[in-house]
Design a binder for this molecule. Structure first.
Ligand SMILES: [Zn+2]
Length: 383
């Protein structure tokens, strides 16, 4: 990424001067995590919508601002792969912590439509949603007192999916909760086949390993939680089944930690794995080659839309997962798994949307909690 030949740098400069209406910012000697790889001691120029590496011999006088990035790291936009957004303020809160995208995993159709209207605004995190999730009468999602459509003899999985897509759903959510009524395998299959016709992913809520395997063997692309019910200890064959289908898992350790604390308080902890056992399941899944995505399930149990994501990353680190792998889990693993076109690897020509953080989060993910500056489309967002 470094040491472009002098002539190319010169042409680049002319192009920058011709194109950009924003002041140029040079960040020197900074570490860049591009979504996959780490590049050390890079010089980065931020113009209008550009993020470019340049050689050191460019004339510093053309820059309106120069930052010495020694000891700092540039990261791509962070994403949270499991939340429930209630209001536009949630989207603002997320962006101010460097979380540029929130993936809502069950909303009403009306609320999802309203929240999508903020997607072109500079100061809001981008909102994605399944809209209403697919469930059956008495299934998970029906207990909240809000009238929602349920899969039945009079509403097929195919029609349910077509309706959600027509209402703008970015993907389809299924609930398959052991303690409540569940869909039949044929219904799950109908939903996943219908979603694939629209090139949409299907994500399934589970709490038990057997339910996760039911979903994945019927075509579901990702699990909205890691399994945490008592007895849910995966063997290598089961992990291979998930890995072979290239299914992903959003563990949501933040919310599971809260569920287990509550279970202990009311004396039902024997219904669940311990937190250490859950974290071992996440590590096993990662080591089996299953793609892991960071998500919190905010606002359940009062979890916020901003700093809780860093706590989730700390919980993933406590599973024994290497720091650089965790950075992928909060960036590229999410936009690649969901094929989110608004997000991409940082490289020459990318939109100037990134985070500048004090520290080396690829060596210690906890550095993400430190001071950070955030740019979106070339504009610095006050954090
Ligand atoms: Zn959720």
């Amino acid at each position: 990424m470094t040491n472009l030949p002098r002539t190319i740098s010169f042409l680049l400069m002319l192009w920058l001067c011709a194109c950009s209406s924003k002041p140029y910012l040079l960040i020197k000697n900074v570490t860049v995590f591009d979504g996959q790889m780490v590049h050390e001691k890079v010089h980065v120029v931020i113009g209008d919508t550009l993020l470019l590496d340049v050689s050191e011999d460019l004339n510093p006088r053309v820059y309106d601002q120069v930052i010495d990035g020694t000891g700092m790291t540039i990261l791509p936009p962070l994403l949270n792969a499991h939340v429930h957004v209630r209001s536009p303020e949630n989207l603002q809160e997320a962006l101010h912590s460097g979380v540029f995208g929130l993936l809502d995993m069950f909303s009403t159709d009306q609320r999802a439509q309203y929240l999508r209207s903020f997607n072109d605004s500079l100061r809001y995190s981008r909102f994605y949603s399944s809209n209403v999730g697919a469930t059956v009468a008495g299934g998970h999602g029906t207990q909240f007192g809000v009238s929602i459509p349920v899969i039945s003899d009079s509403l097929s999985g195919q029609t349910f999916v077509n309706n959600r897509i027509a209402l703008g759903a970015d993907y389809i959510k299924i609930t398959h909760e052991q303690s409540m009524a569940r869909m039949q395998p044929a219904q799950i299959k109908e939903i996943t086949q219908a979603a694939e016709k629209h090139q949409k992913k299907v994500i399934g809520h589970i709490s038990a390993l057997t339910d996760g395997l039911d979903l994945i063997t019927n075509g579901v692309h990702g699990l909205a939680h890691i399994w945490y019910r008592a007895g849910s200890i995966a063997n290598q064959e089961q992990l291979k089944t998930i890995a072979d289908r290239q299914a992903f898992i959003i563990p949501t350790l933040s919310v599971i930690e809260k569920v287990l604390e509550r279970a202990k308080e009311i004396g039902v902890e024997d219904q669940y794995l311990s937190m250490e056992e859950v974290q071992l399941e996440v590590r096993k899944a990662h080591e089996a080659g299953i793609r892991i995505l960071a998500g919190t399930d905010a606002p359940n149990y009062g979890l916020n839309y901003s700093t809780q994501l860093f706590e989730e990353l700390a919980l993933l680190k406590a599973c024994g997962i290497p720091d650089q792998e965790i950075l992928k889990m909060v960036t590229s693993n999410i936009y690649e798994s969901f094929e989110l076109k608004a997000f991409e690897k940082l490289e020459a020509g990318s939109p100037a949307s990134f985070i500048l953080v004090d520290g080396q989060p690829h060596k210690n993910i906890l550095h993400l909690k430190a001071n950070k500056r955030i740019w979106k489309n070339g504009t610095e967002i006050a954090s």
